[in-house]
Design a binder for this molecule. Sequence first.
Ligand code: HC1
Ligand code: SF4
Length: 574
Amino acid sequence: KVTLTIDNIKVEVPKDYTILEAAKTVGIDIPTLCYLKDVNEVGACRVCLVEIEGARALQASCVHPVAEGMVVRTNSKKVRDARKSNVELILSNHNRECLTCDRNNKCELQSLAEQLGIREIPFEGKKIEAAIDDKSYSIVRDPSKCILCGRCVSTCRNVQKIGILDFVNRGFDTQVAPAFDKSMADSPCIYCGQCIVACPVAALREKDDIERVWDAIDNKDVHVVVQTAPAVRAALGELFGLPIGTRVTGKMVASLKRLGFDKVYDTDFAADLTIMEEGHELLDRIQNGGKLPMITSCSPGWIRYCEFNYPEFIENLSTCKSPQQMMGAIIKSYYAKKNNIDPQNIFVVSIMPCTSKKTEVQRPEMHVDGIKDVDAVLTTRELGKMIKQARIKFLELEDEAYDQDLLGEYTGAGVIFGVTGGVMEAALRTVAEVLEGKSFDELEYEAVRGIEGIKEAVLTLGGKEIKIAVAHGTANAKKLLDMVKAGEKEYHFIEIMGCSGGCVCGGGQPHVDAKTLMDIDVRVERAKALYEEDEMLSIRKSHENPQIKKLYDEFLGKPNSHKAHELLHTYYTK
Ligand code: HC1
Ligand code: SF4
C-alpha cells in the first residue's frame, strides 16, 4: 500500500493503482475520454490530466501510477485550463452536428464539453471529409465523428482478438478504419458491434432499420409480427433511466403493442425449439458417431468468426438455425397456415441485442422457398428510439403479457439463452432427461454460469461421460478452439457466443459510459435479470413447453424430422 494526498485528502491504495483509480476511491471524479477500464489505458486524449507536486508537466492520471507521499491536484486552474483546451482541440475538427446526431444526449464528448464549461471553440480546425462507410448491413462508420480515442481499436484487437479496426494514414489524415481503408463489409469483421459499444461518440453505430419497420406497421396489407430476443428485457430499461440489470419484460411487451405490431412474441419460444432440435442433434452425434465436439450456432458473430478464422470447425457447428431464424421460419409456415395468412404478406421484425443479427437475416440460406425468415432486425437501442418517437411513457406502462396463441409460451430455459452458459444449461436440462429417462428437479448448472472466460464440466448422464465447455467473446473462443485443435482438450459439446457475457452485452445493447464501467460489471448485472425470470417461470425445461409439443404433434413430427430440417436447419460456407 502507498499513501498519497489528492486534493488535500489522504488516500491509501495498493501500489499498482493509477492516480485515476486512487482518486475514485475517495469520490474524486477525474474526467476521462479515451480511457476504458482494462481495455484502453493509453493516456492519449489528455483529458484526465492532473498536477503532481514537483513534476514539470501535467500528467495523464489514467496511466500514471501512484507513489508514496505523492501530492496531487485534480482541479487547479492549470489543470482545468489544460483539459479545456485539449477538448476544444478535439472539438475543433469534430463534426458538431449534435442536434441530428445518433448520440445526441448520450455522447461522452458532449457531456465533457458541458462539464468543462466549453461555450465556444476558439479555433476552427479542418474537418475530416472521408466518406461514411455504410456498406454492411450491420455497422455504419462515420469518420467525421471519430475523435481517434482508440477505444474501438483496442476493443476489437484486445478484447475480441480480431483486429479489424486500426489507425490508418498519418498526421491530419489519420483515421480509424479497416486495413487499406476498406469498407467493413469487405473485411473479416464479424459485426459483433463491440466497437460500437466502446465508442464514446457516434463514429460507429448500427445500420438504422427503424423507418422500414414503421412503413411495415403503417401498411394495412401487411401482418407485422415482432419477436424479442431474451437479452433485450435485461437492458431496454436503461434507455429510460432504470438501473443496469432492471428486467422490463412486461413494459417492453406493452410498448410493442402500443407501437402497433399485430402480434408480439418472444424469441424464447424458438430458443425452446432450438433446444429440441440441437439437443437431439447432439444425442444423434454422440450415439451414431457424428462429428464432435458439436458447437452451438445461434450467435451469428461467432458463426462469421468461425467461417473466417476456423473453417476446419465448420462441420462441428450444429446445423440448427438460430432461434431468431427458427422463429421467423415457423411464423411464415405453421403460424401463417393456422391463421390463413399468405406468408408473402407477413413481415417479421426481431428486436435483438445484437448487430450481427442484421447481417444474419440477409444470409442467402436464411429463407424457405424464397421467403426470408426475418424481414427486419432492430437493436435494443433502436427499439428505445421508436418508443421515444411514439412518445410512449415507458416508465408509466403497466406490464402486459406476450400474445399467448400458438407460439406464445416460453420456458426459463429459453430466457437464459441470453447469457453466457445459458444455451448449454438449457440444453442440459433437456438432454439429461432424455439420457437418464427421468425427470430432474435440480435445474441449475452452476459450472456453466458466471463470467469466467472459459467454463468446463464433465457430467455423467445415462452412464456416459459428457464433456462440455462454454466460451464467450471471440478471444476466449480462439483460446478454446486452439486447445481443441492441438488435442489438449476434448469435448462433446461446446457453447460459443461472440460477445463477452453473451447476448446481454451484445453490440446492440444500450451504451454504458466509461465511468459507470469502472464500478460495475454489466455482464453480471444484466445476467441476474435473466436468471431471475428463469426462476419465476413455472416451466423451466424446453421439452415441457406445451406449445412446442403441439408444434411437433401438429406440424413438425419429431425433432430433426425432414420437415424440421427444411425449415429449421442450415449449412455454412468456408
Ligand atoms: Fe441471443 Fe439467441 S440468445 S443469439 O444471444 O440464441 O442476439 O438475447 O436472440 O437467435 O433466443 C441474441 C439474445 C437471441 C437467437 C435466442
Ligand atoms: Fe471488430 Fe466486432 Fe467492431 Fe467488427 S464489429 S470491427 S469484429 S469489434
